[in-house]
Write a protein that binds this ligand. Structure first.
Ligand code: PGA
Length: 239
């Protein structure tokens, strides 16, 4: 595991893009594993900028996202499908038919997503991390053997996300579909980005803690190629 400590969010986003660019430059038909949340937005801005200014192309790339809500339409303004289009896909030249997000509420949807990914092999998986160490929607206690599965969102996640749904918890989806931990571990390379003091404990667990299902991201200590990009605040407990 390589840990790169940056000054702040902007520097971390630029460094994360350097790692991403290394993969795309070496393989113009790379398969990208992508994430939602506030953390990767800076990385996506750098991808868009370099595409627009220097023509870095995603025309041959495929992408697979980590997760999606269950129970809202793909075109809902808060779906991760919408998020990815607004924050990345609409601004680069990736082809719509090469873009994949999990979608559905049953085992068949989960199996189909695993099968689709197996056909490609993810060259680089972008991850954020939750303050509790979650990756994707894999909350503490999720089995390290898990593949794509349906999860019940925790009460805390539902209340945290109510701000995106008119502050009404009743409107927040109660379930999601997510790549599992074993799915994430199949990626050839993992790029995890964490910024802000509220991630410091999770980053400690990720880098220096015991490998335990109580802190899902800790499994990455066993992955052969992980780059962790953090800012000073998120790195405060590992220095
Ligand atoms: P954030 O979410 O990027 O919005 O902090 C990260 C996560 O929960 O995985």
């Amino acid at each position: 595991m390589e840990v790169i400590i940056c000054k702040d969010y902007d520097e971390a986003s630029a460094k994360a893009y350097e790692v991403m660019k290394g993969v795309i430059s070496a393989k113009d038909d790379a398969t990208l594993g992508l994430a939602t949340g506030s953390t990767p937005i800076g990385l996506y801005k750098n991808m868009i900028k370099d595409h627009k200014e220097n023509g870095v192309s995603y025309a041959k790339c495929h992408s697979f996202n980590l997760d999606e809500y269950v129970g809202i339409d793909r075109n809902h303004e808060q779906s991760y499908y919408t998020f990815m289009h607004e924050n990345l896909f609409n601004h680069i030249d990736i082809k719509e038919e090469n873009v994949n997000l999990p979608y559905g509420d049953d085992q068949a949807a989960c199996d189909a997503y695993e099968k689709a990914m197996d056909g490609y092999k993810i060259d680089i998986q972008v991850l954020g991390i939750g303050a509790n160490g979650h990756i994707g929607f894999n909350e503490p206690g999720t089995s390290f053997d898990s593949l794509t599965h349906i999860v019940d969102l925790q009460e805390k996640t539902i209340s945290d996300n109510a701000r995106f749904f008119n502050n009404d918890m009743n409107l927040v989806p109660k379930k999601a579909i997510t790549m599992g931990i074993a799915t994430i571990m199949k990626a050839k390379k993992v790029l995890l980005i964490a910024t802000g003091a509220n991630k410091a404990d999770a980053v400690y667990g990720l880098v220096k803690g015991e490998v335990t299902e109580s802190l899902p991201a800790s499994i990455l200590q066993k992955h052969p190629d992980v780059v962790v990009v953090v800012d000073e605040a998120a790195a405060s407990k590992i220095k």
